[in-house]
Design a protein around this ligand. Structure first.
Ligand code: ZN
Length: 122
């Protein structure tokens, strides 16, 4: 099994209304996002999938949340924009994009600081 991964980032503000601490106040992060796909085999070119295509799909999706206040966006109107919920939302949006490809989406990581993050797979 091969796992291929690419990394991108977006900048956004959020607050966690039910958190009892400083994260309940509006603040920002540079969120790092790692997209991982799995492949059973590689093609005759020696590659399982195109990193450039993975990055394109991820960048296109992240452009919807870059430089926003996440709490104001539809996906996070009912669910707090925690890293957990951001990762699950990104997974749900990305999964169909890989349905007709030789790879399948394995997981999405969202890092909200250089030392703390979440990995989501259903
Ligand atoms: Zn935060």
């Amino acid at each position: 099994m091969y796992q291929l991964f690419v990394e991108e980032h977006f900048d956004a503000a959020h607050y966690l209304p039910e958190y009892n601490g400083k994260c309940e106040r509006l603040h920002g992060h540079r969120f790092k996002v790692v997209l991982r796909v799995e492949a059973e085999s590689v093609g005759s070119d020696g590659m399982a999938y195109d990193f450039a295509e993975m990055k394109r799909l991820l960048r296109e999706l992240l452009s919807q949340v870059d430089h926003t206040c996440l709490n104001e966006l539809g996906p996070f109107s009912a669910k707090a924009p925690s890293s957990e919920n951001i990762a699950a939302w990104l997974y749900r949006e990305l999964q169909p994009l890989f349905e007709d490809t030789p790879v399948r989406l394995a997981s999405v990581e969202v890092w909200e600081s250089p030392t703390a993050g979440v990995s989501y797979s259903p």
